[in-house]
Design a protein around this ligand. Structure first.
Ligand SMILES: Cc1cc2nc3c(=O)[nH]c(=O)nc-3n(C[C@H](O)[C@H](O)[C@H](O)COP(=O)(O)OP(=O)(O)OC[C@H]3O[C@@H](n4cnc5c(N)ncnc54)[C@H](O)[C@@H]3O)c2cc1C
Length: 371
């Protein structure tokens, strides 16, 4: 049986970055991805400025910049009574941008390949067992099983790795998201719109000169009404296609245990309203790569402790804003109260936004993965 140092399951941002850094540090890496890239994915497509330093460390920031994207100079909050509030976003080379996941994720996966990762696309992980201290993995491909010393679950919010290991948390009745790329309305401007609606909310961001990313989030019983609103508001045709995903939230997993690491959404899902998921995916992928190396070449127990601590520190001081945003979008009453408060205290809304959309230079402490 062929044995790799690391098997990464999932080739989204978390998995590709983890594989790229693992391979760059000399480990043998296989990455299993269910889809064939390029592929779209349900996402608002917004890249938090804190992604830039990680893309720089991977040596692909310039490649990302030259892709078609939308510049996001401000965020516009709109409440159910159509009152608008505007908060400016950082400008310059660390600005927030919106970029289609088909393009962005392909660059990351390609980078993992360039560093020597063996990428196997269009196959799905189907079984995991422990065998002689390594993981024995089988996939939907009718080839022999293969092994890995360290297993990385990077397979998103409905993680198969977590499910096969009996770790996937029970998912409560949750909300559902719909997403589409539609024609960019004239004069939309360089803004991301976060619009509260009866029964949910909508996020809108231009991803290039001709397309708008449109997301709708709501409970299953209100999602059709939201779709109807979007169809009328944006004058969409009856043939408009939508992608969908659920759940929007679930409990977090302990991100590390003996020879298993969880990264990105597989470890923790955050409310998408704040547009941070890709940053957490990239950063946890980077931290997990350092942990995988330590598991193989150093002290495995220490690696588990370090990764768990660094993973928690990554969310430190910012989860409460995400929880506040979630409460505001789930409870229309609270949403209205917070919106009214923000109308009369615009500085506070600016402060909260800047805590999420942080300019990387403004941050004093940044954990850098050790290689
Ligand atoms: C409505 C919505 C809007 C959002 N908007 C934003 C935003 O604007 N900005 C932002 O930063 N974040 C946003 N997010 C969050 C962001 O999309 C995620 O946090 C991010 O995609 C997580 O990356 P990941 O690599 O962990 O997982 P994913 O991107 O989900 O990648 C997981 C990969 O694993 C593969 N996979 C799954 N199962 C298997 C299997 N069994 N075998 C092999 N492969 C498998 C999948 O095909 C996929 O490619 C949004 C999320 C939602 C739902």
């Amino acid at each position: 049986m062929e044995i790799f140092d690391v098997a990464v399951i999932g080739g989204g941002p978390a998995g590709s970055v983890c594989a790229a850094f693992c391979a760059a540090s000399g480990l043998s890496v296989v990455l299993i991805e269910r889809e064939r890239f390029p592929r779209e994915k349900v996402c608002g497509d917004c890249l938090n400025p804190e992604c830039w330093p990680i893309l720089r460390r991977l040596g692909i920031d310039q490649r990302v910049r030259v892709l078609s994207h939308g510049a996001l100079d401000w965020v516009e909050f709109i409440n159910v009574r159509d009152v608008h509030l505007r908060v400016d976003l950082p400008r310059g080379e660390n600005a927030e941008i919106a970029i289609k996941r088909s393009a962005f994720d392909s660059i990351l996966l390609q980078r993992a390949r360039e560093f020597g990762t063996e990428v196997r696309e269009a196959i799905t992980l189907t079984s995991i067992e422990k065998s002689d201290g390594a993981w024995k993995l089988r996939t939907s491909e009718a080839t022999a099983a293969f092994g890995a010393r360290v297993l990385v679950g990077a397979d998103g919010r409905n993680s198969t790795v977590a499910r096969l290991l009996g770790l996937l948390p029970r998912i409560a009745k949750e909300r559902v998201a719909l997403q589409a790329h539609i024609s960019l309305p004239r004069d939309f401007g360089n803004r991301v719109v976060l619009q509260l609606l009866p029964g949910g909310y909508s996020g809108q961001a231009p991803v290039n000169d001709t397309e708008l990313n449109l997301c709708l989030v709501g409970r299953p019983k209100s999602i059709r009404a939201l779709q109807h609103w979007a169809t009328q508001y944006f004058n969409l045709g009856s043939t408009q296609t939508w992608r969908t995903i659920t759940p929007l939230m679930r409990s977090a997993l302990p991100p590390a245990r003996e020879n298993v690491l969880f990264v990105g959404d597989a470890a923790r899902v955050v409310e998408p309203f704040t547009g941070e998921g890709i940053f957490y995916a990239l950063r946890s992928g980077e931290l997990a790569a350092a942990a995988a190396k330590e598991m193989i070449r150093g002290d495995a127990a220490e690696a588990v402790r370090n990764y768990a601590a660094q993973h928690a520190a990554m969310y430190g001081g910012r989860l409460w804003i995400n929880a506040l945003a979630r409460s505001a979008v789930v409870s229309p009453k609270l949403g209205s109260i917070l919106f009214e408060f923000a109308r009369f205290q615009p500085a506070l809304l600016g402060l909260l936004t800047r805590k999420i959309v942080r300019h990387p230079k403004a941050k004093s402490k940044h954990l850098v993965a050790k290689f």
